[in-house]
Write a protein that binds this ligand. Sequence first.
Ligand SMILES: [Zn+2]
Ligand SMILES: [Zn+2]
Length: 143
Amino acid sequence: MSELEHALTVLQNQGIKKTTQRLNILDYLIHHRIHPSADIIAKSLKMNLTTVYNTLEILISSKLVYVLDNNQDGRKHYDYFGHPHYHVLCRNCGKIVDGSNIDLHSFPNLAHEASNFLIEQTSLEFIGLCEDCQKLLGLTENN
Ligand SMILES: [Zn+2]
Ligand SMILES: [Zn+2]
């Protein structure tokens, strides 16, 4: 099953119709793991910005798309989230890197045990300085 097929099954299971716009944005995000802002998505897909925002809202509610909104540039960045992963953000240049070497599947249970909340979503972010910015700021240990 392709990633897009997986995503469409998730939509279908939630009773969300697969429109051309939803399909196109999902396909774009699956193949561009660059955490784009809405206007980059609109430009790349030659879609109206309002349509992009409206479509993203639905995809976010389906949990297939994740919003990063604490980035340095003050803009919202969107990410395909069909498989949970965490993010590492550079506080200097705003670079965002995906991390998959932490198994997030046990986190909702742990959070439920700690709070008795019904957990609906997991997000984990680390904030620091990327390699380039460490060099720029003279923070590298070896050189
Ligand atoms: Zn940086
Ligand atoms: Zn990501």
